[in-house]
Ligand binder design. Structure first.
Ligand SMILES: *Cc1c(COP(=O)(O)O)cnc(C)c1O
Length: 358
């Protein structure tokens, strides 16, 4: 695939980059460049280019603004101790975008083109990949695809744009890892049978925001959603998957068909198996959670996703009382240490998950 590069005429100074990388926060600062590909039925994917980062000019009738035909991905580029730059399982993100594209009636962007596009932007903006210095700073990458056709009729768009932007990200937890408190959403759901729950699309996030606002008003960090049919089975958080560690070493993660299957989740399933745990993917009810913590059968609960990697989960609040925090975090922290070690090149990568970019 052809990608042309027009270097930015006003890149940030080295001093400015250093200042941003010293305290990047999340999703606030963007690199010098962005990558764009376009698709039409006649030409297929074409027009690959890297150019200066900046605002898009969109017709007010651009389809995505009205009907939300959109998918995205989230991944990171990690600087290793020898200065080389790597991504984590990028073909898994590419394959997930293909699956999301099927659900959103988009054309498929081939896996190798997705990986090439992400690599090209990271290579162009490599000075923006932080040195972790024993921490977890990395360059967050946001590939996304949207209906860019100017048309108010309702049908799959015939002009589609794929872009990659990048934003330096600090450690999710400043000043040490602490458990997140959850609000149980008993009325609002994020996904239903036959819906878009398994696709990574902005619409699912839009569906989660009112519950998120409810949770924040109750002093909670995140919301946990239940299945839309029975309101009994635990799905996931707005953007993180859940795991339940049991006293007998078994680890359970919800499987309902309407959750977004994270690449962190898939990696933890493999890693935990490798560490000798029995891992079950199955339906897991909110009653099983409450009773498991009360009886001591559940010793740890954690959530996972690219941004936070793994975070312990504390108490769950709801209109009908509270589920206490599970007492431990030993298995959680061991899995976290192992995964972060692989990503930052501080530990062996027995699974061949890392992909070298620079
Ligand atoms: C992206 C996402 C996750 C986590 O996926 P990772 O690939 O591990 O980052 C979990 N749930 C939802 C709804 C998501 O959009």
């Amino acid at each position: 695939m052809q990608i042309t590069t027009s270097p930015s005429s006003s890149p940030a100074s080295d001093e400015r980059v250093a200042e941003i990388l010293a305290d990047p926060g999340f999703g606030k600062h963007f690199t010098d460049h962005m990558l764009t590909l376009e698709w039409t039925p006649e030409a297929g994917w074409h027009g690959g280019r890297i150019e200066a980062y900046g605002p898009l000019s969109l017709d007010p009738a651009t389809a995505v603004l009205h009907y939300a035909q959109e998918t995205f991905e989230g991944m990171k580029a990690y600087r290793h101790p020898d200065g080389s730059i790597w991504s984590f399982r990028p073909e898994a993100n590419a394959a997930r975008m293909v699956r999301s594209s099927h659900r959103l009636a988009f054309p498929e962007l081939p896996v190798e083109d997705f990986v090439q596009a992400v690599d090209a932007l990271v290579a162009a903006d490599q000075r923006w990949v932080p040195t972790p210095d024993g921490g977890e700073n990395a360059l967050y990458l946001r590939p996304f695809m949207f209906a860019s056709e100017t048309f108010l009729g309702v049908r799959p768009a015939e002009h589609v744009t794929f872009m990659v932007i990048a934003s330096p990200a600090g450690a999710y937890f400043k000043g040490g890892i602490k458990p997140v408190t959850l609000w149980l959403s008993e009325h609002l759901t994020r996904a239903g049978r036959g819906g878009m729950g398994a696709a990574k699309t902005g619409g699912n996030y839009a569906a989660s925001l009112a519950a998120q606002r409810e949770g924040m008003a109750k002093g909670c960090d995140q919301v946990v959603f239940l299945d839309a049919t029975e309101g009994r089975y635990v799905e996931e958080l707005g953007g993180m998957n859940l795991f339940f560690v049991h006293a007998d070493g078994t680890i359970v993660t919800p499987e309902t068909g309407t959750i977004l299957e994270g690449i962190t989740r898939a990696s933890i399933i493999e890693l935990a198996g490798h560490q000798g745990h029995k891992v079950e993917e199955r339906r897991f009810s909110i009653d099983e959670w409450r009773e498991g913590v009360a009886s001591g059968a559940i010793t740890e609960v954690f959530a996972c996703g690219t941004a936070a990697v793994i975070t312990p989960v504390g108490a769950v609040l709801s209109e009908h009382g509270e589920i206490a925090a599970a007492p431990g975090s030993e298995v959680t922290m061991a899995l976290r240490e192992e995964l972060v070690g692989i990503q930052f090149g501080r530990a062996e990568d027995p699974f061949g998950w890392m992909h070298r970019i620079v």
